[in-house]
Design a protein around this ligand. Sequence first.
Ligand SMILES: [Fe+2]
Length: 279
Amino acid sequence: MPNRSSMPSPRQDAPASVLHITDTHLFAKRDGRLLGMNTYDSLTAVLADAAQSAPDAALATGDLAQDGAAEAYAHLTEALAAFAAACAAPPPVYWLPGNHDAPPVMRAALVKPPLRPEREAIIGNWQVILLDSTVPGEVGGRLSDAELARLDASLAAQADRPALVCLHHNPVSVNAQWMDSIGLANADAFFETLDRWASVRAVLWGHVHQEIDIERRGVRLMASPSTCIQFRPQTAQFGIDQRAPGYRRLWLYPDGRLETRVFRVESFAGRADAEATGY
Ligand SMILES: [Fe+2]
């Protein structure tokens, strides 16, 4: 029998594996369709694919319901419970609201495992902070003074850990006029806060239904595809992209390094109506 000193120890430099899903746009009716696509079916196809990677945690960055209905969040809970059961170890799922959500309804509905109520978490050696950028009745986003203060205080409290900051709205231009006009209105104040902390390594958002991966002052800025319909990138007017539903995986190394990759679920046959002029 091996003695303790010869037992393999967990690798100190192993990354935490994190799943990012966003913009699930579920309806009160499970067979609800967004521009022709059944969003519950596309979500479950995405989660079945993602479960194979057995993530340590998952992040869901808003527009989780299309209609803000309690039933939509019940469907989300059910889909995520099945996903967690399919993973080797059930990962906690942290979430934040988007402009299509109804935050009070969400808070009351998203309470069962694997969903978690916390607005920040330690995942591996990283600090993950989830912000609410929604403005009641508006499509575009803004971070309140209270939310900016919470961000600053959270970063101050864990300044030794690499940090990943999540929100729904795009804090930078995505070179698409219609999407830039509904992004984060006070992005300057957001980046002013981030710039105070060298621990910030990455920002992650949804809303734009496409993959973005750029860098600003050494901080990785990323958006991920929706689990349902995709928006055509780099275009002045709204347009549908026929690419498949998708998700992102991130590997967060203890020393602050990050690796990431977007996956598309090509086997899911549903696509949005290519002629749609809005949603
Ligand atoms: Fe969305």
